[in-house]
Design a protein. Structure first.
Length: 203
């Protein structure tokens, strides 16, 4: 599952199946609506919203069979309506405009965007994964201003500890608070006990 980054195209040529991220398609219309309160964007967002609402239905969150059935019975008709509407709007909009670009993004990737409808294993978007990498994406520019090489190295060490704590199921704040309190009296030979994969809070 991916966006339209050109680097992925070679993989598809090798036989990798492309799955589109519906959030990326929807985001084009969100930006359009924010910019000029477009009625076209509002209609598109309503139809995208109906697809997302079905994915939030509690009965399908943990049951793949129910999820696939609901997608076939309820989501596919909504997707077909959205597709027909996108085509109809595109015929009315001149190329090169922001609205045309938003419409084209969805239309050009329609097969990939709707592939999730036919496979219960596939999510509607990859927002979960994007949330996991958001700290790195946001930090790229911020880290340019660490000040010195040493400060950058310290920031990298702290960031690694925080992310490692998360990966090991710890609350980063609780982990760092406990480690910093124990560090002054921790024997150097036992310092490994404070690493995220071995750490346990004191009773």
């Amino acid at each position: 599952m991916c966006d339209d980054f050109s680097g992925y195209k070679a993989l598809f040529a090798l036989g990798i199946t492309e799955v589109g991220c519906m959030a990326h398609a929807r985001r084009k219309f969100v930006e359009l609506h924010i910019a000029n309160k477009s009625s076209i964007a509002a209609t598109a967002l309503d139809l995208f919203g109906r697809l997302y609402q079905l994915e939030r239905d509690p009965k399908v969150l943990s049951d793949s069979a129910a999820r696939l059935e609901q997608r076939r019975e309820r989501a596919i008709p909504i997707a077909q309506t959205l597709h027909e509407w996108l085509i109809a709007q595109r015929d009315k909009i001149p190329s090169g405009t922001a609205t045309a670009n938003a419409l084209d993004y969805s239309l050009n990737r329609w097969a990939a965007l709707t592939r999730y409808l036919h496979d219960a294993r596939l999510p509607i978007d990859n927002n979960h994964d994007e949330q996991q990498i958001r700290p790195w994406a946001m930090g790229r520019k911020n880290w340019l201003f660490a000040g010195t090489l040493a400060a950058g190295q310290r920031a990298a060490a702290i960031t690694s500890l925080i992310q490692s704590a998360k990966l090991n199921g710890h609350d980063p704040y609780a982990y760092l608070k406990d480690v910093l309190q124990r560090l002054p009296t921790q024997r150097a030979s036992n310092i490994g006990e404070l690493m995220p994969h071995r750490w346990a809070p004191q009773a």
